[in-house]
Design a protein around this ligand. Structure first.
Ligand SMILES: [Mn+2]
Length: 322
């Protein structure tokens, strides 16, 4: 399978590496490392993002070359038809890359996904799905090793970023033995671990921190003894001079309360409510997202959308977690 992947990349003249919407460190890390690998192999690769990149990830190597797809531009729609081969990274289900899939014309035989999410349903010729891995970056690292590829320091930095962001800096996730082994190998490679940590964990803006203070004080509610949730409107966010992206990771704060095991954040957008769900026990928030919130993800981290009012969304959540 991995040899077929290598052949597919080498035979491609225009390779698209597609990330999911609101790409996180793992999507960016795997896409940008693969970008460097492909270009080093003589294949012209382009990383495609369905939405703008969160500012706190723009320091990542090669991120200045990412193609931010805008569906409203016909020239962008046309550009997607130029790619003969596609690799989807860090997602493998329909709808996760917005409308990018709708405009790509590369045939199924030239499509690949590299992922670690359960229940893949994208139609591809090569499906690399490792649900026991903590990050897509771990899956990709093993692929590079199997291919005997040269892993540069910048590729290592990209992969390490995915590793720490998908595990909350080594706190949660599957495949921990693999994760620590790969981390050790990346450190031996000479990556600047400290630089990545600084960029990811010491990059708050003052406005984001003040928004967090407001959210924890005023907007966090408990459900029973073991769950909590946060609601927020875009108006509240902008009234504190913050941005939607500033809310990333807020959903994890209620989980740090001693007895809280399930957490959610509901953010009212123009025409729907964006939901992120987290748990730190057996409780499966992937199923919760799939069954009630038009989404999915992992057992302990998932997300979705709700078409209705904030009140209806939080009622549905409260009803289904107890
Ligand atoms: Mn991931």
């Amino acid at each position: 399978m991995i040899k077929r992947l290598k052949k597919l990349i080498e035979e491609s003249t225009r390779l698209a590496v597609v990330m999911h919407q609101n790409p996180d460190g793992d999507a960016m890390g795997s896409a940008l490392a693969l970008y460097e690998y492909a270009n080093d192999s003589g294949t012209s690769a382009t990383v495609i993002s369905p939405t703008p990149i969160n500012e706190n990830l723009l320091w990542m190597p090669h991120s200045e070359h990412i193609f931010i797809f805008d569906e409203t531009l016909q020239s962008h729609q046309k550009q997607l038809q130029e790619f003969d081969t596609v690799v989807f990274v860090d997602h493998s289900s329909d709808g996760r890359n917005g409308s990018v899939s709708d405009y790509l014309t590369a045939p199924t035989e030239k499509r690949v996904f590299i992922d670690h999410h359960p229940s893949p349903n994208l139609e591809v010729a090569i499906a690399i799905s490792e649900v026991e891995s903590a990050a897509t970056c771990c899956v990709l690292y093993e692929i590079f090793v199997a291919l005997n590829a040269h892993i540069s320091k910048t590729m290592g930095t990209c992969l390490y970023t995915g590793i720490i962001t998908d595990t909350g800096n080594f706190r949660y996730g599957k495949g921990m033995a693999q994760l620590f082994r790969i981390t050790s190998e990346l450190i031996i490679l000479g990556i600047d671990k400290e630089q990545v940590t600084q960029q990811i964990y010491y990059s708050n803006t003052e406005n984001r921190l003040r928004l967090l203070g407001f959210v924890l004080n005023e907007k966090m509610k408990r459900v029973g003894n073991h769950a909590a949730y946060i609601t927020l409107t875009e108006q509240e966010i902008s009234s504190l001079n913050a941005k939607y992206n500033d809310t990333e990771d807020f959903v994890n704060y209620p989980l740090t309360i001693k007895d809280v095991y399930i957490s959610a954040i509901f953010i009212e957008k123009d025409d729907y409510i964006k939901i992120s769900l987290r748990s730190r026990v057996e409780f499966d928030v992937n199923l919760l997202a799939r069954n009630h919130f038009n989404g999915g993800g992992h057992q302990n981290a998932s997300g979705g959308r709700f078409y209705g009012t904030l009140q209806e969304a939080t009622d549905l959540y409260s009803k289904n977690i107890i």
